[in-house]
Ligand binder design. Sequence first.
Ligand code: MN
Length: 297
Amino acid sequence: MAEHEDHSQGQDVSQRTEKPTFSGKVLVAEDIEGNKKLIKLLLCMLGVDVVVAEDGHQAVEKALSQSFDLILMDMQMPRMTGYEATVLLKKQGYSAPIVAVTASAMIGDEEKCREAGCDDYLTKPIRRKELSRLLAKYLPAAQGTASKAVTSAPERTEASEPARPEQTPSQTEDVAESNGSLNWNRLIDEWGGQEIVSNMLSVYFNDIVENYQALCQAIEAMHFKDIALRAHALKGVGRNLYVDPLRDVAEIVERAGRARDAETITLNTNDLKRQTQVVLNALSECDWITTPETSIS
Ligand code: MN
């Protein structure tokens, strides 16, 4: 993927929105493109150096060949899961803290991660304030921001909150909120500023189009594994954007894919298509992000 472009975007955000809060180098193991970019941008904004691993194998390899202050480990990854990677690293005496990043907030889930050897636990969707609180436990503060950054990690510090965008699209927002798709103010709040929202939304737009088109092909061929994989990605986008209807229907299709349940997939395909289009429309109507003129069919 466009790693170079992505890197410069991260730099942009970190340079323009606020002073770095932490220093240190973090390994992010995450397989889903949109998650990867969001967490990378959030970490950049907080002043952290980021290296990305695409799966458990890469995570282990990079963890053992470079020096990191912290690992953020997605537990659900193809080829080698975060659980397996963590067990492997801990077996070899790996000493930097490993934080499990997972969407399952089910009872027993945190325990399962800790049993694998994870030192801490962070739930998706990633929110800037939670991430910041977590980093404060493991990373040194950036020089010059020391005491402020590490102490209380307050819910809301007006001074450090990025300014609201001048042209928050009130019109678009009304449309979006009335059809239950996107809540711009919530995204700005959860991610910590308009600039990261504007960066991420074009990423998500492309992600949605790509995964949706691949999902449709998989459904046509009833290729269950690909259906589950692509629906999983769309579920993640829905979750990250706080769009519950998309997240929920994608989850139904993902599960049906895993269960090889063609009937449930067919029954939910139209709804999935509708929810996807609702989000794409909201993204297209927003005048402060750049999205290609694309419509799914
Ligand atoms: Mn994953």
